[in-house]
Design a protein. Structure first.
Length: 255
């Protein structure tokens, strides 16, 4: 019963990944309007107009949902590490790296959401101050690609060690994870560009890394959830087998 309860708790932790994604899509991308963010080169007044007038309440409510979502990445990231450590074994350095980087990213997202809320908080704030908060949040968010890249590579390194007939994650997905970890280096672009695909509103700096991140999180959570279901089924079979082996013999058989 204790093992079954543990599996239930682990599944709940993995489900936090999907709740994080839902709140991110509804809050940050939807209500706050970051599915099409204010461009880096829009100018001070245009940025102020968006945060102070056009979508003030959308940003406040949407980013509030986003920082709540960030908190849910903590149990999710720890569970990722636990699942990987079952494969890696003793001294699970890469499993721990995955968990710690995930927690770092949770904190990064939390502070980003707070910064965007600050930008929308006081309509009387000058345009240059609002732009500064807006820029800072984007840099903290996208330049954090290094933690995501390390997390993804660490995850893939462990998953590729899984030599069972039915591995936790398919090998193609592990190689996809490594490719994605390399590709998201483009998120470093905003430090050098205000226009084009490498700006913080651009295809390669923003949209592609976010899609890679989402695929990594949600597909890994699904594969890990399936692994827990297999563990649960194995435990059930073992319990049934143990009960049948130790069941008392019928009286007729004893006589």
């Amino acid at each position: 019963m204790e093992k079954q309860a543990s599996i239930g708790s682990q599944k709940l932790a993995l489900a936090c990944t999907w709740i994080f994604t839902l709140l991110t899509v509804v809050g940050w991308l939807g209500l706050a309007g970051f599915w099409m963010p204010v461009p880096a080169d829009a100018g001070l007044e245009a940025t102020k107009q968006y945060f102070s007038v056009d979508n003030k309440w959308g940003v406040l409510i949407g980013c509030s949902l986003f920082y709540i979502a960030a908190g849910l990445l903590t149990p999710s990231s720890i569970q990722f590490g636990i699942m990987l450590s079952k494969i890696e074994g003793r001294w699970p350095i890469w499993s721990l790296t995955t968990a710690v980087c995930g927690i770092f990213i949770s904190l990064i997202v939390f502070f980003n959401a707070c910064a965007w809320i600050v930008a929308a908080y006081r309509p009387e704030t000058s345009a240059d101050v609002i732009q500064s908060w807006y820029d800072w949040a984007w840099f903290a968010f996208l330049l954090g690609w290094i933690y995501l890249s390390i997390e993804m590579i660490s995850t893939a390194l462990v998953e590729l060690q899984d030599k069972r007939d039915v591995p936790m994650a398919p090998r193609w997905f592990s190689w996809f994870t490594i490719a994605g970890a390399v590709a998201i280096v483009t998120a470093a672009g905003p430090a050098f560009f205000k226009t084009g695909p490498f700006a913080y509103h651009g295809l390669l700096a923003f949209y592609m890394p976010v899609v890679v991140w989402g695929a990594y999180l949600n597909l890994n959570a699904w594969f890990m959830y399936q692994e827990l279901s297999r563990e649960e089924a194995a435990q059930h079979r073992a319990t049934v087998s143990h009960g049948a082996t130790h069941a008392p013999m019928p009286s007729a058989a004893r006589s």
